[in-house]
Write a protein that binds this ligand. Structure first.
Ligand SMILES: Cc1cc2nc3c(=O)[nH]c(=O)nc-3n(C[C@H](O)[C@H](O)[C@H](O)COP(=O)(O)OP(=O)(O)OC[C@H]3O[C@@H](n4cnc5c(N)ncnc54)[C@H](O)[C@@H]3O)c2cc1C
Length: 315
């Protein structure tokens, strides 16, 4: 679609207002679709993008392995050419959405000896030799996430996306977009968590008055409001810099770092403000709280983001 990063952030923020997990259902597929659009052959674009745009096909992205998460270049699952076919072996983990029908997995696989010699292969999830096991997790309960086991999985040569050993570059290309999408969906979700808390404080009575009349609770809400505004403007400053074509990786890292901490603190305070009721699923606050924790890990942990920001400061 002909839209810029600001429009993209608005879109993610809007979906994130209801659910970060629902936002992930859409965003996860979008990044691989972008890669196929940029680097795919005409045949791959026709096979995957047309059904994707009709809502009939989905993508998952598989980088992480049991022994390599933040250090993604430590991945060891391999793809090697055997005549006209690729043969894949190894074990991936945390592949969100991979088990769902009509899903194609964009798998980052080692195709050379150098540290960054990876290629991306497009692997339909019903390929023989690929075993998918659903993982039981604190978050991602609607999209779901999976372990993948590859035993001599055979694919035609045409499964390669773009060029051999360019996979690291392709995956890296969309990282700023992916982090912006998480940051903007987090500020959307934080707004809902704050609104839900304010509504509860205005309705619930204790000691003969509304909870919202206790100054200690009002001040906590005011503090959260101010911090959410700061996170919001940082997210849109990052989106605007990207829209102007500036190199914005450090600003996007700041936006994701601050928005994840802000959402976590607002959901944490919401859990306290709603008392025991916060722990009932029908009040939603426990879901915001669980999913907020994941935001500090997904696509660059907060420690990795701090390293990116420090590097931009010459440290
Ligand atoms: C629900 C869920 C869904 C996911 N979906 C996907 C997916 O669809 N596709 C995919 O490929 N991956 C996915 N992931 C994986 C996710 O990207 C990784 O969990 C994340 O990158 C962190 O890797 P790790 O869990 O191996 O932690 P590790 O990298 O082992 O890190 C453990 C701790 O050490 C810290 N640490 C590591 N290195 C440093 C450093 N240099 N300096 C300071 N601290 C450091 C980390 O910040 C963290 O706190 C998903 C994860 C989860 C939980």
């Amino acid at each position: 679609m002909d839209s810029d990063p600001v429009m993209f952030a608005l879109f993610c923020e809007a979906i994130g207002k209801d659910s970060l997990d629902t936002a992930a259902c859409i965003m996860t597929s979008m990044f691989t679709a972008t890669n196929v659009s940029r680097h795919g052959t005409a045949e791959q674009r026709e096979r995957y993008l047309e059904p994707f745009l009709r809502g009939e096909a989905k993508f998952s992205i598989s980088i992480s392995e049991p022994q390599s998460g933040s250090d993604a270049a430590g991945a060891s699952s391999t793809a090697r050419l055997d005549g006209d076919e690729w043969v894949i072996n190894g074990n991936k983990v945390w592949c969100s959405g991979a088990h769902l029908p009509d899903t194609c997995i964009a798998m980052m696989l080692r195709t050379g000896e150098g540290r960054y010699d990876f290629s991306v292969l497009l692997v339909p999830n019903d390929t023989p030799g690929l075993e998918i096991q659903k993982m039981d997790t604190l978050v991602r309960r609607s999209l779901g996430t999976n372990s993948l086991f590859m035993y001599d999985v055979r694919l035609p040569k045409s499964a390669l996306l773009g060029e051999i050993n360019k996979g690291w570059q392709y995956i890296g290309e969309h990282l700023d977009f992916e982090r912006l999408s998480i940051a903007s969906s987090q500020v959307g979700n934080a707004q809902t968590a704050l609104d839900d808390t304010a509504r509860y404080l205005s309705e619930r009575t204790a000691f003969g008055k509304k909870l919202a009349e206790f100054q200690v609770l009002k001040h906590r809400m005011a503090e959260d409001r101010a911090r959410l505004s700061a996170a919001y403007y940082l997210v849109y400053a990052a989106a605007s810099a990207m829209a102007r074509g500036e190199k914005a990786s450090a600003l996007v890292a700041q936006a994701k770092l601050i928005s994840s901490q802000t959402l976590f603190d607002i959901a944490f305070n919401g859990m306290q403000a709603l008392g025991g009721y916060a722990q009932l699923p029908e009040y939603d606050m426990e879901r915001y709280f669980r999913e907020a924790k994941h935001g500090m890990i997904a696509r660059g942990t907060n420690e990795i983001l701090r390293s990116i920001i420090a590097k931009s400061m010459g440290l």
